[in-house]
Unconditional design. Sequence first.
Length: 113
Amino acid sequence: MILFIKWLAYALAVMFIAWLLPGIGVENFVSALLVAIVLGLINVFFKPLLLFITLPINILTLGLFTLIINALLLWFAGFVTPGFYVEGFWSAFFGALVLSILSTGINSTTKEM
């Protein structure tokens, strides 16, 4: 049940980001649900590998390079998900930043359930 609530919350977060930022768009709520699944799969399978590969850069930048990795992964999700687009790197960067803030709230809210 908590997984379903998180999935809906992330889909709503994607819809909010598409409404907030001009370079990111989503066609409908079904596309937002699909984006939430794709981002979850990307974060499970690709993000740990990328963080391990870029560990020296992350140490030098005190973890700020993780924002660039998040932006690239969001940009990649825009390529592979139908009905969702990210126009450029800076749109992906600010979208990933907002999504990171919203995901912190989602995770802390669902942790209490």
